[in-house]
Design a protein around this ligand. Structure first.
Ligand SMILES: Nc1ncnc2c1ncn2[C@@H]1O[C@H](COP(=O)(O)OP(=O)(O)OP(=O)(O)O)[C@@H](O)[C@H]1O
Length: 267
């Protein structure tokens, strides 16, 4: 569905060099702290900013060969995307029908009702959660095959976030070849949705793993200075000094559960 290979973008004090892949039928998460390069990656994938190197293959085509018809197969949410606040949902329908050949008005209205979005209220009066749901609803209402969603859960409370993730799960269930690339700076937001997770840090992918493996095999060990000295370091991938001693990352959780019953082991 999407493959990027050493996609590069250089700003004065920031350089992106990112490689990742989104397979059909999969939800892939991109996690990174503020300023890590998530939005830059998304904009470069969509051709909204020029790239300084590398390649983007989108829906089986090189980015440069993507045409308007191909773009209709993408459902996109960006942090500053959306309609004018002076419009109502009813007002957006003719716009969406005009923009997308496959805009499904009945589905759109049915889902708006299901998610409690008022049709005749100006969007500027919507809550953050309502605006977020509307953006995702637009992305899934025109027959998109691949959703590219930059921080769609930003600023949402737990209930609104779970509802939004539910919308995305329904989208995946509707077609086995649907796929999603979704970013967040909160990893727990994505662990129940994504099949695999990439972590981006200072413009580079520093980590990629299947979510199942991440949750079952990886762990954080919290150890005192004394425990740290006796720890078998061959299965410690990284460690960090803390006030209580050390925090260590391992991908051999079971080994430490069995051999070090006294240390604190966290997900
Ligand atoms: N147009 C621009 N000109 C110069 N620097 C930019 C530009 N856009 C982004 N940057 C810089 O690129 C870096 C990555 O920004 P980006 O918006 O991609 O991060 P992010 O991971 O999406 O962060 P956030 O979670 O805060 O949205 C930042 O240091 C930012 O200042």
């Amino acid at each position: 569905m999407l493959k990027i290979d050493h996609l590069k973008k250089n700003y004065n004090s920031f350089s992106l060099d990112c490689s990742l892949e989104v397979l059909p039928g999969c939800v892939t998460g991109l996690i990174g702290q503020n300023g890590a390069g998530k939005s830059t990656t998304f904009k470069a994938i969509l051709g909204l900013i020029s790239n300084d190197g590398g390649s983007v293959t989108l829906l089986g085509k090189d980015l440069g060969a993507i045409n308007t018809k191909d773009k209709e197969k993408l459902g996109v949410v960006l942090s500053n995307s959306g309609f004018s606040g002076h419009l109502t949902i009813k007002d957006t329908i003719p716009i969406l029908s005009h923009l997308f050949h496959h805009f499904d008005k009945d589905f759109f209205l049915e889902q708006a009702k299901k998610f409690g979005l008022p049709l005749s209220k100006e969007i500027k009066e919507f809550s953050t959660g309502m605006k977020a749901k509307l953006k995702v609803l637009v992305a899934i209402s025109h027959g998109a095959k691949l959703l590219i969603l930059d921080e769609p859960t930003a600023g949402l409370d737990v209930i609104a976030r779970d509802e939004l993730l539910g919308i995305l799960r329904d989208f995946m269930e509707r077609d086995e070849n649907h796929a999603i690339l979704i970013s967040s700076h909160i990893s727990s937001d994505l662990e129940t949705l994504c099949d695999d997770l990439y972590m981006i840090h200072e413009g580079e992918i520093v980590f990629h793993e299947d979510t199942d493996v991440l949750l079952s095999d990886y762990a954080l060990l919290k150890v005192t200075d004394e425990q740290f000295l006796s720890l078998d370091k061959q299965y410690v991938q990284r460690y960090k000094r803390e006030s209580y001693g050390y925090r260590c990352l391992t991908n051999q959780r079971q080994y430490f559960v069995e051999n070090y019953p006294k240390i604190a082991i966290e997900k």
